[in-house]
Design a protein around this ligand. Structure first.
Ligand code: CTP
Length: 138
């Protein structure tokens, strides 16, 4: 039987940490499903995205490690997604360590190490600092 992996995330300003985790997630099984947080759900979490939902989900769908991308619009959909897609493993970066242990009742739960030194927040802060050397002055 094929092993299905499920994860969720915002994936704003797609970066190498996102690519690394998607590769590592796919390596855990056969089918990788990614729930991409909608703009409305992000606002509920206090996050304002730079890239709109429909573009973020298009990018995620086009990554070769991703088999299915679905919207994530509530905290509570995880359980129903696990059943709907016959998920074997729920996995996410270890910034969430312990936060989804309640799902262990329904499937395996794994926290993967994050890529160090990069995050969307860090990129946003870099872009805010107009004199950052990585920005080309014209
Ligand atoms: N992730 C990762 N390594 C990073 C950044 C993110 O493995 N350096 C993982 C997260 O742990 C999560 C997924 O990528 O499983 C999506 O994370 P997301 O919150 O969208 O990205 P961040 O860069 O962490 O965004 P933010 O700074 O807004 O929290």
């Amino acid at each position: 039987m094929k092993k299905t992996i499920l994860t969720y995330g915002t994936f704003d300003l797609f970066h190498i940490g996102h690519l690394n985790i998607l590769r590592n997630l796919k390596a855990l099984g056969d089918i990788l499903i990614v729930g991409v947080s909608t703009d409305e759900f992000n606002l509920q979490k206090g996050k304002k995205t730079a890239i709109p939902f429909h573009e973020r989900i298009e990018i995620i769908k086009s990554i070769k490690y991703v088999d299915i991308a679905i919207p994530e619009s509530t905290w509570d959909q995880k359980k129903s997604d696990i059943f709907e897609y016959s998920v074997s493993t729920f996995a996410i970066g270890d910034d969430w360590a312990g936060k989804f242990d309640h799902l262990k009742e329904y499937c395996q739960v794994i926290y993967l190490p994050r890529t160090e030194g990069i995050s969307t927040t860090q990129l946003k802060n870099k872009l805010k600092t107009s004199n950052h050397p990585s920005l080309i002055k014209r």
